[in-house]
Ligand binder design. Structure first.
Ligand SMILES: Cc1cc2nc3c(=O)[nH]c(=O)nc-3n(C[C@H](O)[C@H](O)[C@H](O)COP(=O)(O)OP(=O)(O)OC[C@H]3O[C@@H](n4cnc5c(N)ncnc54)[C@H](O)[C@@H]3O)c2cc1C
Ligand code: SF4
Length: 506
């Protein structure tokens, strides 16, 4: 049967309301979905990330077919598969000769550039699954001198009406309860485990495929248990709201050995492939607060992450690419040490996060930012290598969200576009927010000497290395003053120890 419109759906576009699908005519149109080896291997993705995308794609294709829609689905092991998205679109166009080819804009600049060349006249539609469109963010940014998430977030609150009073004021009289999100965990916290989804036969098949065909990735697929359908993703969200959201507000920044999830949602893998909708998530969280099931600091803190940070970093990505991907204002040139991949280090905090990341393809925000990102910042690791690592190892990683978080928030390689100051911290921060230091070969109280915590001497070395650049940043005044007050001998000893440590890293 002839095809009128060929509608291409990518692996992170698994939403029935996708702009490329909304006006689909089941009698004349066809959906194209293709598993491409190029996409599975352009960075050494965690095996569980590849399983998530491929399994969720297969389940989505089955769901779409169940609605009477024709789907041309190309599996990774199909002998005719060209293993690139471009190749599969061209092959489908040659076979089906559709009158139009329609696709929703992708989440990565790399794919957008290639997409324009997929076939003549390809129609690329805006991605309506975000609250703020790329065009709206551009307009918002054009009206401001500095782009600060907090002001963007307030606009998103006004626009969505989330946690707003009838008279247009923020509920609770404040926009932000951030200061109430940083409590230390009690000694023996009761942490509800997250709901897990054992693989069905379709996911099992994908796991075997990835195990045998997609080699060279960061870690293997064993123990895969992420949601792969919309029903499962909704169940995971409901489980979070009922059991962990109440603790999210207080302990958002905490870290604990052997507790990878704590009170976090672990919804980003499902959300970023399209199985959940950001506004729907926030409305459910708001409803839980209005029903008195969670406190305002939990609901506000969580909603801020989604309509604030998530939308903000996406806006920044599309506003600043492709130049953003080359920014390295601190001139960080050091290669990534091997322990980022294998976890072989005596630093208990880094070891715990890498081991957890290998096992789960997940780490929560503070682990990503204040352990791995902080180390990469202080040690001056090259942003390209750090970017590639984050893109590869986390199941929720797509460049639109990964890059501004890594290059901007964690590495300050963008000179302050995402954050107004570097998130640099000594071991004292990690010690305050976790129990990692108790089991560490290093002493978090020492800044020099054979057992000194590397985060301590690296922190002061970082401040000293970039003192001239930070001199005009009022938010860096305190550490610069403390550095100045330091005995010159102590400063020299710290810097020598940092130099020796960094030399040995290589
Ligand atoms: C260096 C670095 C790299 C990161 N890379 C990614 C990435 O590739 N993909 C990704 O989705 N997030 C990334 N983040 C943001 C954040 O760490 C994850 O979204 C979060 O850990 C996902 O786990 P969760 O669902 O349990 O989140 P929760 O802590 O429960 O938060 C709820 C949701 O808020 C959103 N969110 C929270 N913080 C951010 C943020 N800074 N930017 C964007 N969305 C946010 C996510 O959708 C998340 O699912 C990164 C952060 C850092 C510091
Ligand atoms: S002592 Fe330093 S290296 Fe060890 S866990 Fe604490 S912060 Fe990490």
């Amino acid at each position: 049967m002839a095809v009128n419109v060929l509608r291409v759906v990518l692996g992170d576009q698994l939403s029935i309301g996708l702009s490329a699908l909304v006006d689909l005519d089941p009698r004349h149109d066809m959906v194209l979905m293709a598993e491409a080896m190029e996409e599975c291997t352009y960075v050494p993705h965690h095996g569980k990330k590849v399983v998530l995308v491929l399994s969720a794609m297969r389940h989505f294709a089955a769901f779409v077919r169940g609605r009477g829609i024709r789907v041309r689905y190309v599996r990774l092991d199909d002998p005719a598969n060209t293993q690139t998205l471009a190749g599969e679109v061209r092959r489908a166009v040659a076979d089906l000769k559709p009158s139009r080819v329609v696709v929703t804009e992708p989440g990565e600049y790399r794919v957008l550039t290639g997409m324009r060349e997929w076939c003549e006249g390809i129609e690329i539609l805006p991605d309506s699954r975000f609250i703020c469109s790329v065009a709206d963010f551009r307009l918002w940014a054009s009206q401001r001198h500095g782009l600060r998430m907090e002001f963007f977030y307030r606009d998103m609150r006004r626009r969505t009406g989330l946690l707003m009073t009838a008279s247009g004021e923020p509920e609770g009289g404040r926009w932000n309860f951030d200061a109430e999100n940083r409590k230390r965990l009690p000694a023996d916290p009761a942490i509800p485990d997250r709901i897990r989804f054992p693989p069905d036969s379709s996911t099992g098949e994908v796991m075997e495929l990835v195990r045998t065909r997609v080699t060279g990735g960061f870690a293997d697929v064993d123990g895969f248990d992420f949601p792969v359908t919309r029903d499962q993703a909704q169940a995971a969200l409901a489980d979070f709201i009922a059991h962990r959201l109440p603790g999210f507000g207080d302990w958002q920044d905490a870290m604990q050995t052997g507790q990878p999830t704590l009170f976090h949602a672990v919804i980003s893998p499902a959300l970023n492939v399209g199985l959940l909708d950001p506004l729907e998530i926030c409305q459910l969280v708001e409803a839980a607060w209005r029903a008195g099931r969670v406190r305002l600091n939990a609901a506000e803190g969580f909603i801020r992450q989604i309509i604030g940070w998530r939308e903000f970093v996406r806006g920044i990505y599309w506003l600043k690419m492709p130049e953003y991907g080359a920014l390295n204002v601190l001139g960080a040139e050091r290669p990534l040490p091997g322990f980022f991949w294998n976890g072989k280090t005596d630093m208990a905090c880094v070891k715990a996060v890498v081991q957890q990341t290998r096992r789960d393809a997940y780490a929560h925000h503070i682990q990503r930012l204040m352990v791995m990102g902080n180390f990469a910042l202080l040690a001056g690791l090259h942003p390209d290598e750090v970017d590639e690592w984050y893109l590869a190892v986390y199941a929720d990683a797509y460049q639109w969200v990964e890059m501004p978080n890594t290059r901007g928030m964690a590495l300050f390689a963008d000179g302050g576009i995402v954050g107004s100051k570097p998130y640099a911290a000594s071991g004292a921060y990690i010690n305050r927010m976790s129990n990692y230091c108790r089991g560490c070969a290093f002493d978090v109280k020492q800044a020099t000497g054979p057992t000194a915590c590397p985060f301590n001497f690296l922190y002061w070395d970082f401040i000293a290395r970039h003192a001239a650049r930070f001199a005009s940043n009022v938010r860096m005044a305190m550490p610069l003053r403390n550095l100045e007050r330091m005995e010159p001998v102590r400063r020299d000893t710290i810097r020598m120890q940092a130099a020796a440590f960094l030399e040995a890293l290589q």
